[in-house]
Design a protein around this ligand. Structure first.
Ligand SMILES: [Zn+2]
Length: 345
């Protein structure tokens, strides 16, 4: 008997892993998270999780991070019938017997049921290996202060249904403590997050009502390339690739614009986020956060909420973006003699 939680995954983690699996099955590049239809409000426009062409026909895929039951199966087929697709693939950790029967009988669209569960051992293996060597020196130094906080986004929920686990009573002084904490988690982490800002006690970062004592640290800038190209086209995944090849070049272009806007700030590091673009860090001198926020107000296309909040959490450099299978790595702007990473985000 499989427990309920074994058939539920963190939705964003599962979606990207499923899309990568779909690209592998299709054997050709697939478009992902495609807004469908030209009318209506962009926010409420239906989104198709993946689309590709097979034998001259567009095939749509719907991804669900939990077991699909009969009622949901009906809603999904109704959605794609309405959108005009004749072929549909549904990828989910499982299907109830009644969902499976009704999907097998559906003719329009014709439905392929594809059960899929990501392999957690790949992630566990990454953290059992030499991942700490990929943590930049400045991050090791920052962790040594014991004033940065770390939390984990799990690939599968805890028994109480939670996907995020903090370490409210643990001070982290080095990456080894993170490795040990990962070994005790109920499922491998989809993301390992940290606060670039320093805090006196771990509770400060979590309790919203408490008076905040920020002690300096770093200002994080998050630049997602998909913002820049989604007006023209959706993201694309090639078989075997971690992410969309169009995202990183767009994010780099936006970073250069930001450089010009705030007169070449002294970046501590510019990293490949492992996802859709770039995570860049500036030393917090008390003023630079305001400069970056002002640049965003003047049109810089960054995720300003990440920069503006003192309590922000963002992927710890050197950790794995498990959905894409890529680490958060330095070298978007390589040091002399270092090779830049391939432009895959
Ligand atoms: Zn993209």
């Amino acid at each position: 008997m499989v427990s309920v939680s074994a058939s539920v995954f963190e939705p964003r983690f599962y979606e990207r892993r499923a899309q990568r699996q779909l690209a592998a099955l299709a054997g050709i590049p697939v478009w992902i998270n495609v807004p469908w239809g030209l009318t209506g409000n962009p926010a409420s426009r239906p989104e198709v999780d993946a689309i590709w062409v097979r034998s001259g026909r567009a095939v749509a895929a719907e991804v669900k991070a939990h077991q699909v039951d009969a009622a949901e199966a009906g809603e999904i087929t109704e959605k794609y019938r309405h959108l005009g697709f004749r072929e549909l693939m549904i990828m989910a950790p499982g299907f109830t017997p009644s969902a499976s029967r009704s999907l097998a009988l559906t003719r329009y669209p014709a439905v392929e049921q594809v059960p899929f569960s990501p392999d957690p051992s790949e992630i566990a293996g990454f953290y059992q290996g030499g991942w700490q060597e990929g943590v930049p020196a400045w991050v090791h130094d920052a962790l040594a202060t014991g004033l940065h906080h770390v939390r984990f986004v799990l690939t599968q929920p805890t028994a109480k249904g939670r996907f995020v686990i903090g370490l409210p009573r643990t001070r982290i002084y080095h990456a080894g403590t993170i490795t040990r904490a990962i070994g005790t988690l109920p499922s491998p982490p989809a993301r390992v997050l940290w606060t670039p800002q320093r805090f006196t006690i771990p509770r400060d970062a979590i309790a919203r009502g408490s008076r905040l004592t920020a002690l300096g640290g770093y200002v994080a800038v998050d630049i997602d390339g998909d913002r820049m190209h989604r007006a023209d086209h959706a993201c694309q995944l090639k078989p075997g690739a971690g992410g969309c090849p169009h995202c990183l070049p767009r994010a780099e272009r936006e970073l250069r614009r930001l450089d010009a806007q705030i007169a070449h700030p002294p970046w501590t590091d510019v990293l490949l986020s492992g996802g859709r673009g770039i995570h860049a860090y500036l030393p917090d001198d008390g003023e630079v956060r305001g400069l970056v926020v002002a640049a965003a107000e003047a049109g810089a296309r960054i995720d300003v909420s990440v920069t503006a909040s003192l309590r922000t959490t963002i992927a710890l450099p050197g950790t794995l973006h498990a959905a894409n299978g890529q680490p958060v790595a330095s070298r978007v702007r390589p040091a002399p003699g270092e090779r830049p990473l391939a432009a895959a985000c």
